[in-house]
Design a protein around this ligand. Structure first.
Ligand SMILES: Cc1cc2nc3c(=O)[nH]c(=O)nc-3n(C[C@H](O)[C@H](O)[C@H](O)COP(=O)(O)OP(=O)(O)OC[C@H]3O[C@@H](n4cnc5c(N)ncnc54)[C@H](O)[C@@H]3O)c2cc1C
Length: 466
Protein backbone atom coordinates (compact mmCIF):
# COMPACT_ATOMS: atom_id res chain seq x y z
CA UNK A 1 0.00 0.00 0.00
CA UNK A 2 1.26 3.48 -0.92
CA UNK A 3 2.23 5.78 1.93
CA UNK A 4 1.58 8.83 -0.21
CA UNK A 5 -1.09 11.47 0.38
CA UNK A 6 -2.76 13.06 -2.62
CA UNK A 7 -4.73 16.14 -1.70
CA UNK A 8 -7.44 17.87 -3.69
CA UNK A 9 -8.48 21.40 -2.76
CA UNK A 10 -11.98 22.16 -4.05
CA UNK A 11 -14.71 19.55 -3.65
CA UNK A 12 -16.81 20.20 -6.71
CA UNK A 13 -16.97 18.50 -10.11
CA UNK A 14 -13.28 18.65 -11.10
CA UNK A 15 -12.09 17.70 -7.61
CA UNK A 16 -14.58 14.87 -7.12
CA UNK A 17 -13.86 13.35 -10.54
CA UNK A 18 -10.13 13.55 -9.84
CA UNK A 19 -10.59 11.71 -6.54
CA UNK A 20 -12.67 9.05 -8.28
CA UNK A 21 -10.02 8.62 -10.99
CA UNK A 22 -7.23 8.16 -8.45
CA UNK A 23 -9.09 5.15 -7.07
CA UNK A 24 -10.06 3.89 -10.54
CA UNK A 25 -6.37 3.93 -11.48
CA UNK A 26 -5.60 1.81 -8.42
CA UNK A 27 -3.95 4.46 -6.23
CA UNK A 28 -4.17 3.03 -2.72
CA UNK A 29 -2.61 5.87 -0.71
CA UNK A 30 -4.55 8.58 1.11
CA UNK A 31 -6.89 10.73 -0.94
CA UNK A 32 -8.01 13.87 0.88
CA UNK A 33 -10.71 16.00 -0.77
CA UNK A 34 -11.27 19.37 0.91
CA UNK A 35 -14.14 21.73 0.11
CA UNK A 36 -15.41 24.99 1.56
CA UNK A 37 -19.04 24.21 0.98
CA UNK A 38 -21.20 22.20 3.35
CA UNK A 39 -22.46 19.93 0.60
CA UNK A 40 -20.71 16.92 -0.83
CA UNK A 41 -19.60 17.61 -4.45
CA UNK A 42 -22.44 18.53 -6.80
CA UNK A 43 -22.91 19.74 -10.37
CA UNK A 44 -23.99 23.30 -11.05
CA UNK A 45 -25.92 23.12 -14.37
CA UNK A 46 -29.20 22.03 -12.67
CA UNK A 47 -29.03 25.19 -10.54
CA UNK A 48 -30.29 27.32 -13.43
CA UNK A 49 -32.49 24.60 -14.88
CA UNK A 50 -34.58 21.73 -13.53
CA UNK A 51 -33.48 21.90 -9.88
CA UNK A 52 -34.09 25.66 -9.76
CA UNK A 53 -37.59 25.16 -11.14
CA UNK A 54 -38.30 22.43 -8.61
CA UNK A 55 -38.53 19.76 -11.31
CA UNK A 56 -35.71 17.51 -10.15
CA UNK A 57 -34.56 16.05 -6.86
CA UNK A 58 -31.61 17.53 -5.00
CA UNK A 59 -30.01 14.08 -5.00
CA UNK A 60 -29.72 14.18 -8.81
CA UNK A 61 -27.37 17.18 -8.62
CA UNK A 62 -24.67 15.37 -6.64
CA UNK A 63 -21.63 14.06 -8.49
CA UNK A 64 -21.63 10.80 -6.52
CA UNK A 65 -24.19 8.91 -4.50
CA UNK A 66 -24.21 9.21 -0.73
CA UNK A 67 -21.63 6.79 0.66
CA UNK A 68 -19.36 6.86 -2.42
CA UNK A 69 -16.50 8.66 -0.70
CA UNK A 70 -16.55 6.42 2.34
CA UNK A 71 -16.78 3.30 0.18
CA UNK A 72 -13.71 4.42 -1.81
CA UNK A 73 -11.80 5.62 1.24
CA UNK A 74 -11.75 9.18 0.00
CA UNK A 75 -11.44 11.48 3.02
CA UNK A 76 -13.98 14.13 2.14
CA UNK A 77 -13.79 17.22 4.34
CA UNK A 78 -16.67 19.59 3.70
CA UNK A 79 -17.08 23.02 5.30
CA UNK A 80 -13.27 23.23 5.39
CA UNK A 81 -11.29 25.96 3.65
CA UNK A 82 -7.62 25.81 2.76
CA UNK A 83 -6.16 29.22 3.55
CA UNK A 84 -2.50 28.68 2.62
CA UNK A 85 -0.38 26.43 0.47
CA UNK A 86 3.37 25.97 0.91
CA UNK A 87 4.69 24.10 -2.14
CA UNK A 88 8.26 23.89 -0.75
CA UNK A 89 7.10 22.21 2.46
CA UNK A 90 4.26 20.37 0.64
CA UNK A 91 1.82 21.54 3.25
CA UNK A 92 -1.55 23.25 3.40
CA UNK A 93 -3.09 25.22 6.25
CA UNK A 94 -6.81 25.11 6.90
CA UNK A 95 -9.02 27.89 8.26
CA UNK A 96 -9.34 26.00 11.58
CA UNK A 97 -5.54 26.13 12.00
CA UNK A 98 -4.77 22.53 11.06
CA UNK A 99 -1.75 21.84 8.86
CA UNK A 100 -1.82 18.86 6.50
CA UNK A 101 1.08 17.50 4.45
CA UNK A 102 0.73 16.12 0.95
CA UNK A 103 2.85 14.44 -1.69
CA UNK A 104 0.86 15.86 -4.62
CA UNK A 105 -1.88 18.47 -4.57
CA UNK A 106 -4.56 19.36 -7.09
CA UNK A 107 -6.08 22.83 -6.98
CA UNK A 108 -9.68 22.66 -8.20
CA UNK A 109 -10.87 25.84 -6.56
CA UNK A 110 -13.12 26.86 -9.45
CA UNK A 111 -14.49 30.33 -9.96
CA UNK A 112 -16.70 32.82 -8.18
CA UNK A 113 -19.25 35.32 -9.45
CA UNK A 114 -18.04 38.81 -10.24
CA UNK A 115 -19.73 41.32 -7.93
CA UNK A 116 -21.47 44.32 -9.42
CA UNK A 117 -19.86 47.58 -8.29
CA UNK A 118 -22.91 49.85 -8.09
CA UNK A 119 -24.81 51.57 -5.27
CA UNK A 120 -27.20 49.33 -3.34
CA UNK A 121 -25.53 46.10 -4.46
CA UNK A 122 -25.56 44.80 -0.88
CA UNK A 123 -29.31 45.29 -0.39
CA UNK A 124 -31.33 42.32 0.71
CA UNK A 125 -32.86 40.82 -2.44
CA UNK A 126 -29.80 41.18 -4.70
CA UNK A 127 -28.80 37.58 -5.45
CA UNK A 128 -25.95 35.76 -7.16
CA UNK A 129 -26.18 32.17 -8.37
CA UNK A 130 -23.22 29.86 -7.94
CA UNK A 131 -23.93 27.42 -5.11
CA UNK A 132 -26.73 25.10 -4.07
CA UNK A 133 -27.35 27.46 -1.14
CA UNK A 134 -27.77 30.39 -3.59
CA UNK A 135 -30.13 28.24 -5.64
CA UNK A 136 -32.20 27.20 -2.61
CA UNK A 137 -32.70 30.86 -1.72
CA UNK A 138 -33.79 31.62 -5.29
CA UNK A 139 -36.13 28.62 -5.39
CA UNK A 140 -37.97 30.14 -2.45
CA UNK A 141 -38.19 33.42 -4.33
CA UNK A 142 -39.57 31.63 -7.38
CA UNK A 143 -42.18 29.96 -5.17
CA UNK A 144 -43.34 33.36 -3.99
CA UNK A 145 -43.64 34.73 -7.54
CA UNK A 146 -43.54 38.44 -8.37
CA UNK A 147 -41.10 40.47 -10.43
CA UNK A 148 -37.42 39.79 -10.91
CA UNK A 149 -34.74 41.81 -12.65
CA UNK A 150 -32.03 39.68 -14.22
CA UNK A 151 -28.78 41.61 -14.53
CA UNK A 152 -26.66 40.15 -17.32
CA UNK A 153 -27.65 38.43 -20.54
CA UNK A 154 -24.92 35.78 -20.44
CA UNK A 155 -25.46 32.08 -19.73
CA UNK A 156 -26.50 32.40 -16.10
CA UNK A 157 -28.77 35.39 -16.72
CA UNK A 158 -30.38 33.87 -19.80
CA UNK A 159 -31.00 30.48 -18.22
CA UNK A 160 -32.29 32.02 -14.99
CA UNK A 161 -34.62 34.31 -16.96
CA UNK A 162 -35.99 31.29 -18.85
CA UNK A 163 -36.58 29.28 -15.67
CA UNK A 164 -38.20 32.24 -13.90
CA UNK A 165 -40.58 32.74 -16.84
CA UNK A 166 -41.36 29.04 -16.84
CA UNK A 167 -42.31 29.44 -13.17
CA UNK A 168 -44.58 32.33 -14.13
CA UNK A 169 -42.61 35.31 -12.78
CA UNK A 170 -42.42 38.65 -14.52
CA UNK A 171 -38.86 39.01 -15.76
CA UNK A 172 -36.88 42.01 -16.97
CA UNK A 173 -33.40 41.41 -18.35
CA UNK A 174 -30.91 44.29 -18.14
CA UNK A 175 -27.56 44.29 -19.91
CA UNK A 176 -25.40 47.04 -21.42
CA UNK A 177 -24.85 44.79 -24.44
CA UNK A 178 -27.73 45.03 -26.95
CA UNK A 179 -28.33 41.27 -27.30
CA UNK A 180 -28.23 38.33 -24.91
CA UNK A 181 -25.17 36.09 -25.37
CA UNK A 182 -23.78 38.53 -27.94
CA UNK A 183 -20.42 38.72 -26.21
CA UNK A 184 -19.97 35.00 -26.71
CA UNK A 185 -21.65 34.32 -30.03
CA UNK A 186 -22.07 37.62 -31.80
CA UNK A 187 -25.15 39.37 -33.17
CA UNK A 188 -26.93 36.59 -35.09
CA UNK A 189 -27.17 34.07 -32.29
CA UNK A 190 -27.72 37.00 -29.93
CA UNK A 191 -30.72 38.16 -31.99
CA UNK A 192 -32.04 34.61 -32.02
CA UNK A 193 -31.99 34.38 -28.23
CA UNK A 194 -33.40 37.90 -27.85
CA UNK A 195 -36.41 36.80 -29.86
CA UNK A 196 -36.75 33.54 -27.94
CA UNK A 197 -36.85 35.45 -24.64
CA UNK A 198 -39.18 38.10 -26.03
CA UNK A 199 -41.53 35.40 -27.34
CA UNK A 200 -41.69 34.02 -23.82
CA UNK A 201 -42.60 37.36 -22.31
CA UNK A 202 -39.27 38.55 -20.92
CA UNK A 203 -39.10 42.34 -20.90
CA UNK A 204 -35.76 43.35 -22.36
CA UNK A 205 -33.87 46.41 -21.17
CA UNK A 206 -30.82 45.80 -23.33
CA UNK A 207 -28.15 48.28 -24.22
CA UNK A 208 -28.35 49.86 -20.77
CA UNK A 209 -26.43 48.89 -17.66
CA UNK A 210 -27.51 49.02 -14.02
CA UNK A 211 -26.82 52.34 -12.32
CA UNK A 212 -28.11 51.46 -8.84
CA UNK A 213 -30.19 49.08 -6.77
CA UNK A 214 -32.64 51.01 -4.63
CA UNK A 215 -34.87 50.24 -1.68
CA UNK A 216 -35.28 50.79 2.02
CA UNK A 217 -33.26 47.90 3.47
CA UNK A 218 -34.53 45.52 0.81
CA UNK A 219 -34.42 45.86 -2.95
CA UNK A 220 -37.49 47.57 -4.41
CA UNK A 221 -36.30 48.82 -7.80
CA UNK A 222 -33.41 48.91 -10.23
CA UNK A 223 -32.31 52.12 -11.88
CA UNK A 224 -30.59 51.79 -15.24
CA UNK A 225 -27.98 54.04 -16.81
CA UNK A 226 -30.63 55.69 -19.00
CA UNK A 227 -32.66 56.62 -15.92
CA UNK A 228 -35.27 53.92 -16.37
CA UNK A 229 -36.70 52.62 -13.09
CA UNK A 230 -37.77 48.97 -12.89
CA UNK A 231 -39.80 47.92 -9.85
CA UNK A 232 -39.00 44.44 -8.64
CA UNK A 233 -39.13 42.04 -5.69
CA UNK A 234 -35.61 40.74 -6.19
CA UNK A 235 -32.72 40.70 -8.67
CA UNK A 236 -30.27 38.09 -9.88
CA UNK A 237 -26.85 39.25 -11.00
CA UNK A 238 -24.98 37.10 -13.53
CA UNK A 239 -22.12 39.16 -14.91
CA UNK A 240 -19.47 36.50 -15.22
CA UNK A 241 -17.05 34.73 -12.92
CA UNK A 242 -13.43 35.12 -11.88
CA UNK A 243 -11.08 32.20 -11.19
CA UNK A 244 -10.38 31.61 -7.47
CA UNK A 245 -6.63 32.15 -7.41
CA UNK A 246 -5.92 33.61 -3.95
CA UNK A 247 -4.42 30.37 -2.70
CA UNK A 248 -2.22 30.02 -5.78
CA UNK A 249 -1.04 33.63 -5.58
CA UNK A 250 -0.20 33.20 -1.88
CA UNK A 251 1.78 30.08 -2.78
CA UNK A 252 3.81 31.99 -5.37
CA UNK A 253 2.45 30.01 -8.33
CA UNK A 254 2.33 31.60 -11.77
CA UNK A 255 -1.13 33.07 -12.22
CA UNK A 256 -2.63 34.92 -15.15
CA UNK A 257 -6.38 34.67 -15.66
CA UNK A 258 -6.26 31.43 -13.62
CA UNK A 259 -3.49 29.13 -12.49
CA UNK A 260 -1.04 28.63 -15.33
CA UNK A 261 -0.56 24.95 -16.09
CA UNK A 262 1.01 23.02 -18.94
CA UNK A 263 -0.81 20.42 -21.02
CA UNK A 264 -0.28 17.83 -18.26
CA UNK A 265 -2.05 20.27 -15.91
CA UNK A 266 1.10 20.73 -13.84
CA UNK A 267 1.45 24.18 -12.27
CA UNK A 268 4.65 26.18 -11.94
CA UNK A 269 5.66 24.48 -8.66
CA UNK A 270 6.57 20.79 -8.39
CA UNK A 271 3.78 18.40 -7.32
CA UNK A 272 1.08 21.06 -7.77
CA UNK A 273 -1.61 20.61 -10.41
CA UNK A 274 -4.77 22.51 -11.33
CA UNK A 275 -7.99 21.58 -13.15
CA UNK A 276 -11.45 22.92 -13.92
CA UNK A 277 -12.59 26.55 -14.02
CA UNK A 278 -9.43 27.75 -12.25
CA UNK A 279 -6.91 26.23 -14.67
CA UNK A 280 -5.48 28.32 -17.50
CA UNK A 281 -4.07 25.37 -19.37
CA UNK A 282 -1.83 24.99 -22.38
CA UNK A 283 -3.93 23.34 -25.08
CA UNK A 284 -1.88 21.25 -27.49
CA UNK A 285 -4.33 21.58 -30.34
CA UNK A 286 -4.99 25.31 -30.15
CA UNK A 287 -1.35 25.93 -29.37
CA UNK A 288 -2.17 28.47 -26.69
CA UNK A 289 -3.44 28.64 -23.14
CA UNK A 290 -7.19 28.52 -22.60
CA UNK A 291 -9.32 28.68 -19.46
CA UNK A 292 -12.69 27.04 -19.85
CA UNK A 293 -15.60 27.66 -17.48
CA UNK A 294 -17.70 24.71 -18.62
CA UNK A 295 -19.12 21.60 -17.02
CA UNK A 296 -17.48 19.18 -19.47
CA UNK A 297 -14.06 20.74 -18.91
CA UNK A 298 -14.31 20.17 -15.14
CA UNK A 299 -15.68 16.68 -15.75
CA UNK A 300 -12.81 15.63 -18.01
CA UNK A 301 -9.90 17.68 -16.75
CA UNK A 302 -10.18 16.41 -13.16
CA UNK A 303 -9.47 12.78 -14.14
CA UNK A 304 -6.61 13.80 -16.45
CA UNK A 305 -5.05 15.79 -13.59
CA UNK A 306 -5.40 12.70 -11.38
CA UNK A 307 -3.47 10.61 -13.89
CA UNK A 308 -0.84 13.32 -14.15
CA UNK A 309 -0.50 13.21 -10.35
CA UNK A 310 0.15 9.49 -10.69
CA UNK A 311 2.98 10.21 -13.10
CA UNK A 312 1.20 8.90 -16.19
CA UNK A 313 2.04 10.55 -19.55
CA UNK A 314 -1.09 12.63 -20.18
CA UNK A 315 -1.99 15.61 -22.29
CA UNK A 316 -5.32 17.39 -21.96
CA UNK A 317 -6.38 18.07 -25.54
CA UNK A 318 -10.16 17.81 -25.37
CA UNK A 319 -12.00 20.60 -27.10
CA UNK A 320 -14.23 22.89 -25.08
CA UNK A 321 -17.84 21.80 -25.17
CA UNK A 322 -20.81 23.67 -23.75
CA UNK A 323 -24.54 23.18 -23.54
CA UNK A 324 -27.36 25.49 -22.58
CA UNK A 325 -31.08 24.86 -22.18
CA UNK A 326 -33.55 27.73 -22.28
CA UNK A 327 -37.28 27.00 -22.50
CA UNK A 328 -37.43 24.24 -25.11
CA UNK A 329 -34.37 25.45 -27.02
CA UNK A 330 -31.11 23.68 -26.43
CA UNK A 331 -27.73 24.69 -27.73
CA UNK A 332 -24.44 22.89 -27.84
CA UNK A 333 -21.15 24.06 -29.22
CA UNK A 334 -17.69 22.63 -29.46
CA UNK A 335 -14.53 24.58 -29.87
CA UNK A 336 -13.75 28.18 -29.02
CA UNK A 337 -16.49 30.64 -29.93
CA UNK A 338 -15.60 33.89 -31.65
CA UNK A 339 -12.19 32.80 -32.91
CA UNK A 340 -11.79 33.91 -36.45
CA UNK A 341 -9.02 33.07 -38.82
CA UNK A 342 -8.59 29.36 -38.28
CA UNK A 343 -9.20 26.47 -40.59
CA UNK A 344 -12.27 24.54 -39.57
CA UNK A 345 -15.24 22.62 -40.82
CA UNK A 346 -18.59 23.49 -39.29
CA UNK A 347 -21.64 21.33 -39.32
CA UNK A 348 -24.91 22.43 -37.87
CA UNK A 349 -27.53 19.94 -36.82
CA UNK A 350 -31.10 20.47 -35.76
CA UNK A 351 -33.78 17.95 -34.90
CA UNK A 352 -36.65 17.02 -37.16
CA UNK A 353 -39.74 15.11 -36.15
CA UNK A 354 -40.25 11.84 -38.01
CA UNK A 355 -43.59 10.33 -38.97
CA UNK A 356 -43.25 7.76 -36.23
CA UNK A 357 -43.20 10.59 -33.68
CA UNK A 358 -39.48 10.27 -32.94
CA UNK A 359 -36.71 12.62 -33.93
CA UNK A 360 -33.84 12.30 -36.29
CA UNK A 361 -30.93 14.62 -36.85
CA UNK A 362 -31.09 16.86 -39.87
CA UNK A 363 -28.02 18.49 -41.25
CA UNK A 364 -28.82 22.10 -41.87
CA UNK A 365 -25.56 23.66 -42.76
CA UNK A 366 -21.93 22.97 -43.40
CA UNK A 367 -19.15 25.37 -43.95
CA UNK A 368 -15.41 25.43 -44.25
CA UNK A 369 -13.31 28.40 -43.36
CA UNK A 370 -9.64 28.94 -43.96
CA UNK A 371 -7.44 31.25 -42.01
CA UNK A 372 -6.30 34.36 -43.77
CA UNK A 373 -3.33 34.63 -41.45
CA UNK A 374 -2.14 32.61 -38.51
CA UNK A 375 -3.35 34.61 -35.51
CA UNK A 376 -0.82 33.11 -33.10
CA UNK A 377 2.28 34.99 -32.06
CA UNK A 378 5.54 33.53 -33.38
CA UNK A 379 6.61 31.98 -30.04
CA UNK A 380 3.29 30.21 -29.69
CA UNK A 381 3.48 28.96 -33.28
CA UNK A 382 6.83 27.37 -32.51
CA UNK A 383 5.38 25.73 -29.44
CA UNK A 384 2.42 24.45 -31.41
CA UNK A 385 4.78 22.93 -33.97
CA UNK A 386 6.28 20.86 -31.16
CA UNK A 387 2.89 19.51 -30.02
CA UNK A 388 2.72 15.75 -29.65
CA UNK A 389 1.85 13.85 -32.79
CA UNK A 390 -1.18 12.24 -31.21
CA UNK A 391 -2.79 15.67 -30.88
CA UNK A 392 -2.53 16.18 -34.63
CA UNK A 393 -3.85 12.69 -35.35
CA UNK A 394 -6.71 13.36 -32.99
CA UNK A 395 -7.46 16.60 -34.74
CA UNK A 396 -7.62 15.00 -38.16
CA UNK A 397 -10.38 12.72 -37.00
CA UNK A 398 -12.46 15.62 -35.81
CA UNK A 399 -14.87 17.98 -37.45
CA UNK A 400 -16.04 21.19 -36.00
CA UNK A 401 -19.62 21.11 -34.99
CA UNK A 402 -21.99 23.74 -33.81
CA UNK A 403 -25.36 22.46 -32.82
CA UNK A 404 -28.53 24.24 -32.00
CA UNK A 405 -30.89 21.59 -30.81
CA UNK A 406 -34.23 21.25 -29.19
CA UNK A 407 -34.25 20.32 -25.55
CA UNK A 408 -37.39 18.31 -26.03
CA UNK A 409 -35.49 15.95 -28.29
CA UNK A 410 -33.44 14.82 -25.38
CA UNK A 411 -35.85 15.34 -22.51
CA UNK A 412 -39.30 14.95 -24.00
CA UNK A 413 -41.89 16.72 -21.93
CA UNK A 414 -45.26 18.28 -22.26
CA UNK A 415 -44.62 21.60 -23.98
CA UNK A 416 -47.47 23.38 -22.23
CA UNK A 417 -46.58 22.13 -18.76
CA UNK A 418 -44.18 24.91 -17.97
CA UNK A 419 -46.25 27.60 -19.59
CA UNK A 420 -44.08 28.00 -22.69
CA UNK A 421 -46.94 27.70 -25.08
CA UNK A 422 -45.51 30.13 -27.64
CA UNK A 423 -42.75 27.86 -28.85
CA UNK A 424 -43.86 24.53 -27.42
CA UNK A 425 -42.43 21.78 -29.55
CA UNK A 426 -40.65 24.16 -31.87
CA UNK A 427 -37.02 23.99 -32.83
CA UNK A 428 -34.45 26.36 -34.16
CA UNK A 429 -35.48 25.88 -37.77
CA UNK A 430 -39.08 26.71 -36.94
CA UNK A 431 -38.07 29.75 -34.89
CA UNK A 432 -35.84 30.84 -37.68
CA UNK A 433 -38.50 30.47 -40.32
CA UNK A 434 -40.70 32.85 -38.36
CA UNK A 435 -38.01 35.48 -38.11
CA UNK A 436 -35.46 34.84 -40.83
CA UNK A 437 -35.18 32.23 -43.53
CA UNK A 438 -33.64 29.20 -41.83
CA UNK A 439 -30.59 28.66 -43.98
CA UNK A 440 -29.21 32.20 -43.95
CA UNK A 441 -29.72 32.35 -40.21
CA UNK A 442 -27.87 29.12 -39.72
CA UNK A 443 -25.09 30.14 -42.07
CA UNK A 444 -24.59 33.42 -40.33
CA UNK A 445 -24.79 31.63 -37.02
CA UNK A 446 -21.95 29.46 -38.19
CA UNK A 447 -20.01 32.46 -39.40
CA UNK A 448 -20.67 34.00 -36.10
CA UNK A 449 -19.72 31.14 -33.87
CA UNK A 450 -16.45 30.65 -35.71
CA UNK A 451 -15.37 28.08 -33.23
CA UNK A 452 -11.92 28.34 -34.67
CA UNK A 453 -11.30 24.80 -33.68
CA UNK A 454 -11.69 21.38 -35.05
CA UNK A 455 -14.12 19.75 -32.72
CA UNK A 456 -15.62 16.36 -32.34
CA UNK A 457 -19.00 15.70 -33.89
CA UNK A 458 -20.99 13.75 -31.37
CA UNK A 459 -24.71 13.24 -31.11
CA UNK A 460 -26.35 15.19 -28.28
CA UNK A 461 -27.65 11.95 -26.81
CA UNK A 462 -24.11 11.31 -25.61
CA UNK A 463 -23.98 14.70 -23.95
CA UNK A 464 -24.58 13.69 -20.40
CA UNK A 465 -22.60 10.47 -20.50
CA UNK A 466 -19.87 10.16 -17.96
C1 LIG B 1 -25.63 28.07 -11.97
C2 LIG B 1 -24.63 27.49 -12.94
C3 LIG B 1 -25.09 26.84 -14.08
C4 LIG B 1 -24.18 26.30 -14.98
N1 LIG B 1 -24.65 25.68 -16.12
C5 LIG B 1 -23.77 25.17 -17.00
C6 LIG B 1 -24.24 24.55 -18.19
O1 LIG B 1 -25.43 24.51 -18.46
N2 LIG B 1 -23.33 24.02 -19.04
C7 LIG B 1 -21.98 24.06 -18.77
O2 LIG B 1 -21.19 23.55 -19.57
N3 LIG B 1 -21.50 24.65 -17.65
C8 LIG B 1 -22.36 25.21 -16.76
N4 LIG B 1 -21.89 25.82 -15.63
C9 LIG B 1 -20.43 25.88 -15.38
C10 LIG B 1 -19.94 24.66 -14.60
O3 LIG B 1 -20.81 24.34 -13.57
C11 LIG B 1 -18.55 24.93 -14.05
O4 LIG B 1 -17.69 25.03 -15.17
C12 LIG B 1 -18.07 23.84 -13.10
O5 LIG B 1 -18.84 23.84 -11.93
C13 LIG B 1 -16.61 24.04 -12.71
O6 LIG B 1 -16.27 23.07 -11.78
P1 LIG B 1 -14.96 23.21 -10.88
O7 LIG B 1 -14.92 21.94 -10.09
O8 LIG B 1 -13.81 23.57 -11.70
O9 LIG B 1 -15.20 24.48 -9.93
P2 LIG B 1 -16.39 24.93 -9.01
O10 LIG B 1 -17.65 24.25 -9.40
O11 LIG B 1 -16.38 26.41 -8.98
O12 LIG B 1 -15.98 24.39 -7.57
C14 LIG B 1 -14.87 24.81 -6.86
C15 LIG B 1 -15.06 24.39 -5.42
O13 LIG B 1 -13.88 24.66 -4.70
C16 LIG B 1 -14.22 25.19 -3.45
N5 LIG B 1 -13.09 25.98 -2.96
C17 LIG B 1 -12.58 27.11 -3.50
N6 LIG B 1 -11.51 27.53 -2.79
C18 LIG B 1 -11.35 26.65 -1.80
C19 LIG B 1 -10.41 26.55 -0.73
N7 LIG B 1 -9.43 27.45 -0.58
N8 LIG B 1 -10.54 25.53 0.13
C20 LIG B 1 -11.50 24.61 -0.02
N9 LIG B 1 -12.40 24.64 -1.02
C21 LIG B 1 -12.33 25.65 -1.90
C22 LIG B 1 -15.45 26.03 -3.73
O14 LIG B 1 -16.19 26.25 -2.55
C23 LIG B 1 -16.19 25.15 -4.73
O15 LIG B 1 -17.05 24.26 -4.10
C24 LIG B 1 -22.79 26.39 -14.72
C25 LIG B 1 -22.33 27.06 -13.57
C26 LIG B 1 -23.25 27.62 -12.70
C27 LIG B 1 -22.76 28.36 -11.48
Amino acid sequence: MSAQTFMIVGASLAGAKAAEELRTQGFDGRVVLIGSEQERPYERPPLTKDYLRGESEREKAYVHAQGFYEAHEIELETDATVTALDPAARRVTLADGRELCYDRVLLATGAEPRRIPVAGADLDGVHYLRTLADCDALRERLDTGGRVVVVGGGWIGSEFAASARQRGLEVTMVDPVPLPLERIFGPQIGAFYRDVHRDHGVELALGEGVEAFEGDGALARVRTATGRVIDCDFAVVGIGVAPRVDLAIGAGLEVDNGILVDETLQASAPSVFAAGDVAHAWHPFFGERIRVEHWSNALNQGPVAARAMLGQPVSYDRLPYFFSDQYDVGMEYSGLPRRAGRRCVHRLLAPRRTRGGGHERQRLGRQRTRPSADPLPRADRARRARRPRHATRHARRRVCTAKLTETATRWPRNPTRNGHRGVGGSNLARHASRQLPARPLLRTALDDIRTGAIAQARPPSTRLKR
